[in-house]
Design a protein around this ligand. Structure first.
Ligand code: GDP
Ligand code: MN
Length: 302
């Protein structure tokens, strides 16, 4: 028979609840990917959320490095998505950008303050392109997960969703070898999860309309409360805090928040950009962001 001419979706039926497995909620995991890390892929594959409810979306920059990342990703996908693999994902989309990475991928250059506005604007556009081309009418959740986040609990999605918050971020740290201690230790990595301060607001008042405030730079002390510094390895992983700015390394968002129009401003929005601008835009739409200071995920150490 011919397909029905119109497909109806009742948006009220798309729940995003504290029991996403029980309610069979579809999740879209979105990853901007400049480089492929095997540890990221292995971690993704070990997520215990039912894989038939997970769709994956990637956006990869143009150029040599992007070509290599695409090749490696496609090799892994070919295996994981084999029809014989019962654990395959629902669907996978790869977008290739028309532009190369705006800034060198070397950590020191990437993090230089002068390069930040251009780089964060390019990242915003990559995230927006990825989001607007892959968000479907049945998506309940969007999990933003950077390509260099290489270790998370396998119950990441269930754990974050259990709090039933519109936007929720785990604490992104980094494992490193400490020479003095002669041991692997852990340290804060993502400083974009923060609570605002009067200092930062006063700083913003004196700025030009296109200027942005950046976090984690001595040249621009904001005295914001940084979730990255509040992590307690012995603390209750369920402890919640409100956030005014969020990072994108790992971030669970109810699809409704994005559907309402909250995206990643590639320009100064209240003197904020990209993921921090997203939290601000969401808050203008009455969606509050939260963080879990004692629930950890880990970023690759370059
Ligand atoms: P940092 O950890 O805050 O320094 O940010 P990264 O440089 O790791 O970038 C965040 C995420 O975006 C990572 O998953 C990168 O692989 C990816 N990424 C970086 N630059 C680009 C780009 O130009 N285009 C795309 N599509 N992804 C990028
Ligand atoms: Mn990174």
């Amino acid at each position: 028979p011919p397909p029905p001419p119109v497909v109806h979706y009742s948006m009220n039926n798309i729940t995003s609840s504290s029991d996403p497995v029980g309610n069979r909620e579809a999740i879209l995991i979105l990853t901007p990917m400049a480089k492929f890390y095997q540890e990221y892929w292995d971690n993704l594959c070990q997520l215990s959320y039912p894989h038939e409810l997970i769709s994956l979306g990637f956006i990869i920059p143009k150029g040599k490095e992007g070509n290599l990342a695409t090749k490696k990703l496609q090799e892994r996908i070919a295996k994981t998505q084999a029809p014989s693999n019962k654990n395959r994902f629902a669907s996978i989309t790869i977008l290739r950008q028309e532009t190369e990475s705006a800034v060198s991928q070397v950590e020191s250059q990437r993090h230089a303050m002068a390069a930040q506005k251009e780089r964060r604007a390019a990242m915003s556009k990559a995230r927006n392109s990825l989001l607007f081309t892959t968000l479907g009418p049945t998506t309940s959740w969007v999990l933003w997960l950077d390509a260099d986040v290489i270790e998370t609990p396998s119950s990441l999605i269930q754990d974050l969703a259990s709090h039933d918050k519109p936007i929720i971020a785990p604490n992104c740290w980094q494992r490193y070898y400490d020479k003095e201690e002669g041991a692997m230790l852990r340290r804060a990595y993502d400083f974009n999860n923060w609570q605002d301060s009067t200092t930062a607001q006063e700083l913003a008042e004196k700025m030009g309309p296109d200027d942005i405030i950046l976090e984690g730079y001595a040249e621009m002390a904001t005295y914001r409360t940084l979730m990255a510094h509040m992590g307690d390895e012995q603390g209750d992983p369920g402890t919640l805090m409100e956030l005014d700015g969020v990072g994108g390394t790992a971030l669970l968002v109810k699809a409704e928040v994005h559907r309402d129009g909250a995206m990643f401003p590639p320009f100064s929005f209240y003197h904020l950009i990209e993921t921090e601008g997203f939290a601000k835009m969401a808050s203008r739409l009455k969606w509050q962001s939260y963080g879990l200071p004692n629930y950890f995920v880990y970023h690759y150490n370059e």
